[in-house]
Design a protein around this ligand. Structure first.
Ligand code: SAM
Length: 282
């Protein structure tokens, strides 16, 4: 029996860097499924607090996707502040603009996090959620976020660490092999979550802290398959290790059977790191 993908694969991270209109429905659906998870909502709300989203401040959401976070931030900063959502994808920026329903001080712009189209010290804070893992050069993007933030302002980056994805199954060795090969192949910086603290320290930010950690537990195979590409992972592993074709197929079937029995379990860690731009960098 050949494995039939139940959804489009996450594919290479290059896709997250160049999302055109032909693929945007898939990515919008992916982001909406992720955002709908209670734990995602919890950590996102916390990032709004940590970045200092209070009336009157100017904030930048880098890699804003469909714009939901920028809109939520705009609701907090009110008419006396403003929020800019920036994303490389024109298709996602169009979707973000469609999602503005109220009279909010939010604008959406197409741009690259490696070369932000803003002058120095333009914002009170910059937020970057689930973007660094896809970038060519996260260090450069962090420097850019620091440049456009005013001295004393906050920078916040949040990313998962894909090597922490655990799934309850019999053959844990095989599972680790499948998942690590998949995420190392599909995500440019699959272990960025654990590296953020070091990147912040190396960048010379003040008051650097891992201010929040999140554990996203998914107990439905279909949702995990959509967000993690488990079917795609199995296919990738079968192509890489043809001699393991049958055990890999059994792995995927075991997960689907666990789901039918109401026993599917997966969990992955995410890290939110914050720091302040030193006053000396004015
Ligand atoms: C996983 S999505 C996260 C979207 C949003 N931050 C959220 O949490 O829902 C990654 C986003 O980063 C954007 N992106 C990828 N490379 C980028 C770059 N070089 N500059 C700006 N945005 C980029 C993608 O278009 C996509 O919207």
């Amino acid at each position: 029996m050949t494995l039939q993908p139940t959804n489009q694969p996450i594919n290479q991270s290059a896709n997250w860097q160049h999302i055109d209109t032909t693929q945007s429905d898939y990515f919008i659906d992916y982001l909406d499924t992720a955002t709908a998870q209670a734990e995602m909502q919890r950590y996102k709300q916390k990032t709004y607090d940590l970045i200092g989203a209070v009336p009157g401040v100017a904030l930048l959401d880098i890699g804003c996707g469909t714009g939901d976070d920028a809109i939520a931030l705009a609701q907090r900063v009110g008419a006396t502040g403003y929020v800019v959502g920036l994303d490389r994808s024109e298709a996602l920026i169009e979707e973000a603009r469609r999602r503005i329903t109220d009279d909010l001080a939010v604008i959406f712009a197409v741009g690259d996090s490696h070369n932000l189209p803003f002058s120095a010290n333009s914002f009170d804070g910059c937020r970057v959620d689930r973007v660094f893992m896809h970038l060519d050069d996260p260090q450069r993007a962090l420097s850019e976020a620091i440049r456009v933030t005013r001295p004393g302002g906050r920078i916040l980056v949040r990313d998962p660490d894909w090597e922490t994805l655990v799934i309850d199954c019999r053959d844990r060795d095989l599972s680790r092999r499948i998942l690590n090969a998949h995420f190392d192949g599909a995500i440019r910086h699959s272990a960025i979550g654990r590296q953020l603290y070091r990147l912040f320290r190396q960048a010379g930010l003040d008051h650097v802290a891992v201010a929040d950690t999140s554990t996203l537990v998914l107990t439905e195979f279909a949702t995990a398959d959509q967000l993690y590409g488990l079917t795609d992972a199995a296919e990738r592993a079968q192509a890489q290790w043809p001699e393991l074709h049958d055990p890999i197929e059994a792995w995927l079937e075991e997960l689907q059977q666990a789901d039918r029995n109401g026993q599917f379990f997966s969990a992955v860690l995410g890290f939110t790191v914050v720091g302040c731009k030193p006053i000396s960098l004015s």
